[in-house]
Design a protein around this ligand. Structure first.
Ligand code: NAG
Length: 669
């Protein structure tokens, strides 16, 4: 090596080492950031000027306490931020000899501190100027600890990670059929029975007939958090800027309670009912008593009461429910759910709290003091906003982290949908709402339902880095999106998370969307007229009558707007008109199997051809054995031969156990 190149190399090396921390690695991205030169060395002593008293205490203690030296030259100043747009807003100025942190409240100082942590390397804190505030007030994650029970240590670890990315709500789904997870002193059966089940895994519990077991008896699996553990968790989260929002499900998803206390269901039979009896005064007493203990543990202004998917199976035939309906002057059982929820809303309001519920709660005559968590369509957000409720957007299509995040074959079993990081990042809350309504959205949240997620490692794998995409939307907003730029920061954060002992999905190895979907296919039927001898299902129209011959294949998810859904006997039966007599050598049809949502491969596939559209000749007819395995996969059923015809009729029958057929693209060659 020549002297010159040696010199250049060492210069380059030195530059690399001293290069300032790249602003692009901050996640979520601050609203305004200018990186400066050099660092503020954290190894030396500092003089602290605190002009805001207790508001800065948390950060002061965390960061500087041990380093305070009144004789030091370098200063850390805490000042009051004037005209803050949010309690979480902050300003940060870092220079080699001084740091100034301004905020209007302790939350703002904490957010500034979280940014400073991302700016810190071994050398110190990177010099910069940052002006920052959140786009949304509610930036949440929901963890379902019922379907699988997770230890408190796992929750604390997630709180640590959430706080690094400026999340401020941890919603814990504490109760569901699969197990009651919170100690309630007044009702011990919730803890010594409803918290325990036969089957460690949710799927084993299903296979074992959804049985509950006495605590400590042979094979009893599960558990619950004690009130002391939860109080400690609340404190731990608060110190990190996170409010814990507890969820107690009602009136549906309550099989575990109604087996422990069958008198609270319409028929009083254990193991038979999912819904509380809204006609029984005892139900209201029970739920209020539970909520009293819940409020005593959780200081959160927001208390979640579920409200989703009540089947209301027995309400129509229950004498007490009928009596209640008369009393309320209603003629529909839906009004009973509305009544129960609004009763709980009032009860919570009287205690200075605010009811949060899944979007089914909109039906109730609720006080404005309500938060609706929209998990289905945006039209429900519109409705909730019209009622004057707060709205947190958590739509299944973007925010359900129980869905696959990469090519299903490369992933542990998940729920049958496809939500890669890029899809989460692409979310614009309320994009199809008028601007005035869009601006009223309170926040965003991702939900980790855990039917398929039995371990902490797998839960982390499903959470990260997708949660980072949501953190970015929640904090930075959606006005200056740029996925490639975000992805660079997310990749850096994945490495950081791994170094911290978290188990994120390896974003850099992502395969992405189904290959077939990415490339339009050319074939003889593209653009042909398709006649449906049996209509497609109205909920899964995809692109309507062109779907099957538009040259675009379906992706990993049945709900991606490319797969067309069919249900019922002989439900798949279409005739394609090629326009004129055409030589054909194969007709291949793509089917999906996704056992979770009951989509199965067909049990029979038939192809017929015709010149006049009336007289058809069958060229292929084959039966297939049905199976619920694989859980998610795709196959093409194909006839090959040599015919000349104008019309092609393709038929398929559902699996031997019924369910849906999902079809996309009939490829004619
Ligand atoms: C929904 C259920 C939930 C379930 C999840 C799975 C809501 C509000 N309710 O059907 O209990 O775990 O889907 O994705 O999401």
């Amino acid at each position: 090596m020549t002297k010159k190149s040696n010199y250049l190399l060492s210069l380059f090396g030195a530059l690399l080492l001293s290069s300032p921390i790249q602003a692009q690695n901050l996640l979520p991205k601050p609203q305004q950031v200018t990186m400066g030169k050099g660092v503020f060395k954290t190894s030396d002593g500092v003089k602290v000027e605190n002009q805001v008293g207790a508001d800065a205490e948390n950060v002061y203690t965390k960061a500087w306490n041990a380093k305070v030296n009144d004789a030091a030259k370098r200063v850390v100043k805490f000042t009051k931020l004037a005209n803050a747009s949010s309690p979480e807003a902050y300003k940060l100025h870092v220079a080699p000899d001084a740091i100034e942190i301004s905020a209007a409240s302790s939350e703002g100082f904490l957010r500034a501190w979280q940014t400073m942590e991302q700016l810190t390397t071994k050398k110190g804190i990177a010099c910069c100027d940052i002006v920052d505030a959140p786009a949304y007030k509610w930036r949440g994650l929901m963890l379902d600890v019922s379907r699988h029970f997770f230890p408190i240590s796992f929750l604390k670890k997630q709180i640590d990670v959430m706080s690094e990315y400026k999340f401020n709500r941890l919603h814990i789904h504490l109760t569901d059929a699969a197990g009651w997870r919170i100690e309630i002193k007044r009702y011990p059966r919730l803890n010594n029975f409803a918290a325990w089940r036969s089957g460690k895994l949710w799927k084993d519990w299903n296979a074992n007939g959804n049985k509950y077991l006495e605590q400590g008896s042979e094979g009893a699996e599960g558990g619950y958090y004690t009130q002391d553990e939860l109080r400690d968790l609340v404190k731990y989260a608060a110190e990190r800027g996170i409010t814990i929002v507890p969820e107690i499900e009602m009136p549906g998803h309550s099989e575990e309670v109604l087996t422990a206390y069958p008198e609270l269901s319409c028929t009083h039979e254990p193991y038979k009912q999912a819904d509380f009896c809204p006609g029984n005064i005892g139900t209201y007493d029970f739920l209020e008593n539970v909520l009293k203990e819940v409020m005593d543990i959780f200081p959160s202004h927001y208390i979640h009461v579920g409200g989703d998917e009540a089947a209301k199976k027995s309400w129509g035939s229950c004498a007490l429910c009928q009596k209640k309906m008369k009393e309320l002057g209603i003629d529909n059982v839906d009004g009973l759910q509305a009544h129960l929820i609004s009763h709980m809303g009032k009860f919570l309001n009287e205690h200075g709290r605010q009811l949060v519920g899944w979007d089914e709660v909109i039906a109730g005559n609720l006080s404005k003091n309500t938060t609706v968590m929209v998990w289905r369509g945006t039209e429900l957000a519109h409705e909730a906003i019209k009622h004057g409720y707060d709205v947190v957007m958590s739509p299944g299509a973007y925010c359900y982290f129980d869905m696959y995040q990469d090519a299903p074959g490369t992933q542990p079993v998940a729920n049958g949908g496809f939500i890669p990081t890029e899809k989460v990042y692409s979310y614009v809350p309320g994009s199809d709402l008028p601007e005035a309504e869009r601006n009223m959205i309170t926040g965003v949240q991702a939900n980790l339902w855990t039917e398929h997620i039995p371990t902490p490692e797998y839960a982390e794998y499903m959470l990260y880095p997708r949660a980072l995409a949501l953190a970015e939307i929640g904090w930075n907003g959606t006005k200056t999106k740029n996925y490639p730029e975000f992805k660079t920061r997310a990749l850096a954060q994945v490495e950081h998370l791994k170094a911290e002992g978290v188990n994120p999905f390896e974003l850099k190895k992502e395969i992405g969307e189904r290959k077939e979907k990415m490339m339009p296919v050319q074939h003889k039927a593209v653009g042909a007229k398709v006649t449906y001898n049996h209509a497609y299902n109205r909920y899964y129209p995809a692109a309507g009558e062109q779907t099957l011959v538009d040259g675009n294949m379906g992706g990993w998810a049945h709900g991606d707007g490319r797969w067309q859904g069919f249900i019922g006997k002989d439900c798949f039966d279409v005739t394609i008109d090629l326009g004129n007599s055409t030589k054909i050598s194969s007709v291949g049809t793509d089917f999906m199997q996704s056992s979770g949502p009951e989509i199965f491969y067909p049990s029979q596939y038939t192809v017929s051809v015709s010149e006049d559209g009336k007289n058809f000749t069958q060229v292929f007819d084959k039966k297939y054995e049905s199976s619920k395995e694989p859980i998610l996969n795709f196959k093409t059923l194909t006839w090959k031969g040599n015919k000349t015809a104008r019309y092609i009729r393709v038929q398929a029958k559902p699996s031997s156990f019924g369910g849906w057929l999902f079809v996309d693209e009939i490829i004619v060659k």
